[in-house]
Design a protein around this ligand. Sequence first.
Ligand code: ZN
Length: 340
Amino acid sequence: MTAITEWGLQGHSASFSFYLTAPHCERQPGVAISAGSLAHTITIAGPGGPAAAVRLRASGFEAPILFDGTGYARNDLPSPDIWISQQANVGASRYLLPGIFVPWDKNCDDTFEVAVQEQSSIASDLGATMLLAVDARWIAKRTEVVVDSLQSTDQAVALVLAHRADPLSVGGAVPGLRRISQRVSRLTILRSDHGAIGALAFGAEHAAIGLTTTTRHYATAAMRARRRPGLASRVFVSSLFDWFLADDIAGWTAAGSDVVCDLQCCGGLSLAQFIDPDLDVNWHNMHALAHAADYVLGADTFDRPRLFLEQCRRAVSLYGLAGFKGPENPKPQLTSWVLS
Ligand SMILES: [Zn+2]
């Protein structure tokens, strides 16, 4: 199959959302409203999603909403039929199953294949999208198993990638995601970082992008998510196409390399401003990510991979540049996109 026919089948109506937890929507409805205006859709995570949506709708929020019940991480979600009726009652743009976690099994492909068969059967009966949280090694090391299993069901699927830190830092994960996005129709990537824009570029139908370290991937308790201490904000730096701590950005500024944001959110101000804990960094992060996603999705389906990869290449060329006092080396995910 040629690349043209692969892309011709999908990706033409791709969209993205911001991925917010139900408590975040309750605490900062303004962030949810901004997310809905910048991304046109929001994804609300957790069993409290429909209740949070009711309150947003009551305040005039009209954008489409998706729900990740996070059933792969908990067992207090109602049964699939009830969960879907809860989504329907608040006008979800489509319905997702509660979700299950697919653990890594290095010896056997059955774990993945059986999970897909079971979930696709439930999804088919209920007219829903199946939701699988998968250990990132499945997409990194068993790409063809994932592609073949998902293609065989002919059902819409939403994937959440699980890893203790960045799932796309696992060797093989970026080319795996790229291939899955090209080959699996009606694919959604949920609870992801900016790497999901790459999935959109290569044919995924929808990507839900998180704004915090816990909403940019899923980590099981056994994966022991690694956290850097401190409350400093994480800031998406468009030119470097990655997330950095505001403390680190302030350090580059102090050393003579200021990084400014020319988008409407910051109006040319330094990103070091977010060292101030009273400033809400969400507004900037959403603008910067929406700008990157719109840049790719604004192009013809055929041009999207090239535009995305050029964005990554331009970013990589800035790392370690003579005279730039910022980070010296791109993180593995960014390097992987350039090499993919
Ligand atoms: Zn900004």
